[in-house]
Design a protein around this ligand. Sequence first.
Ligand SMILES: Nc1nc2c(c(=O)[nH]1)N[C@H]1C(S)=C(S)[C@@H](COP(=O)(O)OP(=O)(O)OC[C@H]3O[C@@H](n4cnc5c(=O)[nH]c(N)nc54)[C@H](O)[C@@H]3O)O[C@H]1N2
Ligand SMILES: Nc1nc2c(c(=O)[nH]1)N[C@H]1C(S)=C(S)[C@@H](COP(=O)(O)OP(=O)(O)OC[C@H]3O[C@@H](n4cnc5c(=O)[nH]c(N)nc54)[C@H](O)[C@@H]3O)O[C@H]1N2
Ligand code: SF4
Ligand SMILES: [Mo]
Length: 702
Amino acid sequence: MNGGEADRGDNENAATRAISDEKSICPFCGVGCGVQYSEERGNAVGWRAPVNRRGELCPKGVAAYDVVDHEDRLTRPLVRGKDGELVEASWGEALNRIESSFRRISENHGADALSFFASSGCTNEENYSLQKLARALGTNNVDNCARLCHSSTVAAMGDRFGTGAMTNTIADLPEADAFLVAGANPAEQHPIIFSSYVAPAVEQGATLIHVDPRENATTKHADHHLALRPGYDIPLLNAMCKVLAEEGLVDTEFVEARVEGFEEFEDWLSGIDVAEGAAKADVPEEDLRAAARAYGEADRAAAFTGMGMSQHRCGTANVHALLNLALLGGNVGKRGAGVNPLRGKNNVQGAGDVGALPDVLPGYQAVTDSEARQEIADEWGFEPPAEPGLTEVEMTHEFGDGIRGAYVVGENIAATEPNANRVADELDDLDMLVVQEVFPTETVEHADVVLPASSWAEKAGTVTNTDRQVQRMRPTADPPGEARRDLEIIREIGDRLTDAGDFEESTPEAVFAEMTRVNPLYAGMSYEGIGEESQRWPFPEGADSGVEILHRETFGDGSKRATLEPVEGVDPADEVGEDDLVLTTGRLLSHFNSGAVTRRSGILTRLRSEDAIQLHPEDAAERGVGDGETVVVENERGRVEATADVTPAVRAGTAFLTFHFAEPLVNRLTGDALDPVAKIPEYKHSAVSVRVSEIENSDGER
Ligand SMILES: Nc1nc2c(c(=O)[nH]1)N[C@H]1C(S)=C(S)[C@@H](COP(=O)(O)OP(=O)(O)OC[C@H]3O[C@@H](n4cnc5c(=O)[nH]c(N)nc54)[C@H](O)[C@@H]3O)O[C@H]1N2
Ligand SMILES: Nc1nc2c(c(=O)[nH]1)N[C@H]1C(S)=C(S)[C@@H](COP(=O)(O)OP(=O)(O)OC[C@H]3O[C@@H](n4cnc5c(=O)[nH]c(N)nc54)[C@H](O)[C@@H]3O)O[C@H]1N2
Ligand code: SF4
Ligand SMILES: [Mo]
């Protein structure tokens, strides 16, 4: 199926809806700021919610209501017609097609021929219902884009600390004496945490260490910048551990009380050479030593870890290396410290918490655990399958082979999965692709059935932010045209495909209540209890003083000690040829992920250089590329054209592009390599050739 531009119907209803000023939560990042509609501003203002205590918002938050009346909104179901085009259909026809096709696939190929892509931009109730639907149909093939952000972090932290979430809270961060920001750019990606909690502490004297191959908004506040070679965080972090050991900066009291395996680790460290590590990471040894000293000398040092660490085939190992440093520094279990993955979308923490993952049930109980399955069967009336399902990227690789049907809710996988040319072909190999969306995205172009859904502003439900606070969203408008609320759609499909009664609870509040009965992390929470505040897991908060700051006394598995573990470096998958550059990717303040929502904003600006490829002046000169010229960026997987932004902000040998735009679609260049433990793709390291585009620059088209 090659869809052209999707037919989106007319939106006669869209512009006439009233928007109320109910308090809700920002739909973008995991910070979880409170937003509400302001008639006067014609868009969002902040309210004094648990994180944005002064009602402050970043530019994306301010633009949140742009989605509500947008003329591109999908307002009618679409089905693929005989001539291959998407045409409008009734809800009945669209749902009948899904029902008969999914039934046929399941009968002919088994339930594991179906796959479910949940959305960490959707509510806990929606994610919970979607994973329940997958499991009711007999498959654990359900995953969400947490796989693509912090699955490696969660794997490493789960393994070593027993929980895969921020160890600390946003509120205690200002007590840090030092911040180690590894592979993250919170000034742009978690702006309110940065501007309201981190930057003020830095202004008061806390040290900021930034480990990132580029200078960006976070680096502007940094005292130390280690502009490492992408993919070489392990030698850098191991060398930092060695500096702590060499210079007497190990927190011996903490190590004695809370750490296992110190002697073996010390033995192993004796084989680590600081100069060699610095050379591997390609940072000056003296800078590395100074940064390590700043971290080691701090009483309280808080580490942030982001996509620069997690999105490598050694993503899990990268985080293990960081955990060693945190343990040696004694930076666990106290305020202003810890290891803190800043989570991605507004509900990425929650999507995992409620079980939209292929290997665990709600509350991270393994699907292989028969007791957990039996317990949930008591509530559900059916037992979930015992065999773990496939992860996101693995599912796309099975499209047309093992997997024949996919139900994608609120993800734009054609643009955001790695190796986009391959994914585009694979999407077309499916017998049935259902896309539940608000806009006509790159993924919608491949769909067999398109279900017009509600935006965040049109629904009720809960979302769990990056520091484990469950908050409530409240609907402020009706869905446009014939669009329906996500939860209603999922439950309608559930009703049609499963036994009567499986999807009995239909309001978000009732689904939340069911969820608290099966998810031990959320046990005891309630809509009423949350109110306009939040409830934090593990709940109830305050039952013992160790809850807000994790691991004060013990780790997640109940033991007092975490283990130090030697971590060996792993080379990136792509070999970098002599004339190649290393392409790494990432984000910008005013855009969000595939850009499906933010690129349509009337408020958010798109600056000239934002869709450009950052090239270091030396690399540009070598290739005869001038600033503003069009270049071809290519490897064996694909090719894009982009404007050159020649800037010393990116290190020599490395190029940087965002994935926020349909063109250039950077994921045509990223590869299939996965971290063996977490199955996260290597978005942050692709070998590419870069050359001036003869055609584009000579005929002056750009
Ligand atoms: N404005 C905005 N905010 C967002 C999002 C958005 O799209 N826009 N998306 C949300 C989501 S889903 C997520 S997951 C988070 C992600 O938030 P971040 O983790 O901050 O995201 P990135 O920009 O992808 O990557 C962070 C940094 O890693 C650096 N980097 C690249 N390669 C390497 C490497 O090998 N090592 C190291 N140490 N650093 C490297 C990049 O230069 C980049 O500055 O942001 C969330 N918030
Ligand atoms: N090269 C490169 N690629 C990356 C990354 C990277 O750093 N570099 N980062 C990865 C990461 S961390 C992530 S999280 C993924 C993100 O990947 P995706 O989740 O695929 O990206 P989004 O653009 O956030 O897609 C969300 C979609 O949901 C739709 N939507 C919004 N609200 C709703 C709603 O309420 N209901 C429904 N049904 N739909 C809605 C939007 O229109 C949009 O199309 O990208 C990954 N891809
Ligand atoms: S920091 Fe994140 S949650 Fe807060 S307003 Fe900005 S995008 Fe929304
Ligand atoms: Mo993400």
